[in-house]
Design a protein. Structure first.
Length: 279
């Protein structure tokens, strides 16, 4: 019953930060949320509450958003659970609370792990798995959620393989690069998962794959492909957190021969044209 009007949920995905183009659904969010409010004889539904909460959030009224989203979340709307998880994780309109965020994400994972990858709520479910895996990498201080690399790997593997989530594939690739959880580094498995994310346009995966292919001798002679992926990622890098991408691309470029540079640039241009054409 709750998920019948999934288009109402998806039309606000952009406002919630999961991606997509924002299309505001027709609903007046200027009035205070009240789950007992009626329209005719119908009580406010969880989906309507979600829409109200999303629009209130987009309008900057975070408290109204939390009230409405909480009602929707308690009544099983995964998009509302996901957004509340993100708000608590980021301290966005609420006090930062990683344990609350973890619980919201875990609720989604517990209730929707077997949802079809093609289902309309699948992006929220996959993103929740990625968030849970990330928490298991670091743990949550002063809680029962302790660092557990093996558990994180299992969670990322599920989201990466079943849902095909690019963030999960990227995180899984990074884990295979460094090992951990009693596992040795495996650059070939890392490259496999990183490439899957890179082909989806994940620029951090593109840069990490490029660095691996260019500089890791275990990968064989892949300098041209390495420079290609670094070059593709370069325009998408931004801010200090991505300075390593710029530095790595410049270093790889300086170490390449003129022939390698030309081949890498040609491949990068070809990939960009294909990527633009597929959008």
């Amino acid at each position: 019953m709750i998920m019948r009007n999934t288009n109402a949920i998806l039309c606000l995905a952009g406002a919630l930060g999961l991606g997509g183009v924002l299309t505001l659904c027709p609903l007046d969010a200027s009035y205070a949320f009240d789950p007992s409010a009626t329209s005719g004889n119908a009580q406010t539904t969880p989906v309507e509450a979600f829409r109200m909460g999303a629009q209130a959030y987009f309008a900057g009224n975070k408290q109204k958003a939390v009230d409405a989203l909480s009602f929707a979340a308690e009544n099983g709307v995964p998009a509302a659970q996901w957004k509340l998880g993100r708000m608590y994780a980021d301290g966005d309109g609420v006090a930062e609370d990683d344990l609350k965020a973890f619980k919201y994400f875990s609720r989604i994972a517990d209730q929707h792990a077997d949802d079809a990858p093609s289902s309309e709520q699948a992006p929220y479910v996959a993103s929740a798995f990625v968030a849970i895996g990330s928490y298991y990498l670091t743990g949550i201080q002063n809680t029962a959620v302790k660092p557990n690399v093996r558990r994180a790997r299992e969670i990322f593997t599920y989201a990466a393989s079943y849902f095909g989530n690019a963030d999960a594939q990227y995180n899984l690739g990074r884990l295979y690069l460094v090992g951990g959880g009693n596992e040795k580094p495996d650059p070939h498995m890392a490259a496999r998962w990183l490439k899957l994310a890179a082909l989806k346009g994940h620029y951090e995966a593109q840069a990490t794959l490029g660095k691996l292919l260019f500089f890791d001798d275990a990968m064989g002679p892949n300098r041209v492909r390495g420079l290609m992926w670094l070059t593709i990622a370069l325009p998408r890098a931004h801010g200090m957190k991505d300075a390593w991408i710029t530095d790595t691309q410049e270093r790889a470029f300086s170490l390449s021969s003129e022939t390698e540079r030309r081949r890498a640039m040609k491949l990068a241009q070809h990939w960009e044209k294909k990527d633009i054409a597929s959008r």
